[in-house]
Design a protein around this ligand. Sequence first.
Ligand SMILES: Nc1ncnc2c1ncn2[C@@H]1O[C@H](COP(=O)(O)OP(=O)(O)O)[C@@H](O)[C@H]1O
Ligand SMILES: [Mg+2]
Length: 342
Amino acid sequence: MQVPAIDLRRAQFDTPTMIALLNRSASCPQLAARAHFGPLRIGTIRAPRVVSKCAYLLRKLELSGKSLLICLVPTKVIAVANQKGGVGKTTTAVNLAACLAAVGQRVLLFDLDPQANATSGLGLEKTEGNSAYRVLLGEGSLLDKIKSTAFERLEVIPSEVDLCGVDVELARAENHLLRVADALQPVRDSGRFDLILVDCPPSLGILTLNALAAADGLLVPIQSEYYALEGISMLNRVLTQLRDAGVNPRLEIFGVVMTMFDGRTKLSHEVMNEVRGQLGERVFQTVIPRSTKLAEAPSFGKPIIHYDKYSASAAAYEVFAQEVLERLNSHPQPAVAAAPAT
Ligand SMILES: Nc1ncnc2c1ncn2[C@@H]1O[C@H](COP(=O)(O)OP(=O)(O)O)[C@@H](O)[C@H]1O
Ligand SMILES: [Mg+2]
């Protein structure tokens, strides 16, 4: 995604743009708006104090002369998908989200699976009316569906069983593949999150296709078992179709992560070698071990780093999160706005 450079000294900012700029500024110490107000929301701009402070900060920037380099880091959307069930999608989405939040990322986990395992895995009740269902059918805003969790910087859009109905309801609706993308746009624009992870259902139905249409990248967990690669070729085909049809031209496989690895079995090693042989660099170095603690943690509504901090599986997800961050930073979709020095 090419983001045009903005000359801050000349740009006329309307209020939402100004807020998005201030929220997303990553590397410019002068832009301390977040420190003053916390994440800004479009709704808060009406407060005159906020408006004048934003304007003041931007003016200070304008006047600071020299070279202004503002790194605008757009919110990334990663869909966690694999049409096979039980391969570790939800476990990966929940634990990756928690580990990234623990190291300072502002993370939103969007639970798009009617089974709502990510919702309960983060300690939230499945509550009628809390899911994205109505928004996907055109009522209300996804911003109002965001719920906080017990974990700092980690928020969630919960799911519940009503999402089941979306497939049928949307099947003949207009723009039915872009409902999630459209609904997520104001969330992206709000600048509240560095990363949005979407936990997909175990199928290639309308919900998953919507997630793929909305995503910048696709994270595919695969289980260290026979037939591990079976799903990938189908997923790849769908990806190509979505790109070719113009539904989401920027979509790519962000990475493949091997889950439920059992180092004691020959099978796990064979599968790992085969997957690495076929998919090469796209496979993350970190492998998630099979662990009963990981399977237990959701029943306590906690990600592994909060359930059993010193376990091997907590360490695995922490290392995996670092690898994900490196990969995100190595192809940043850099909205770098550089204003030349005068
Ligand atoms: N690394 C792991 N070790 C042990 N059990 C795991 C591991 N990852 C996932 N599980 C368990 O396997 C089952 C399926 O995992 P889940 O993440 O729900 O898969 P999916 O979302 O792909 O259907 C769950 O009961 C989960 O607790
Ligand atoms: Mg799941």
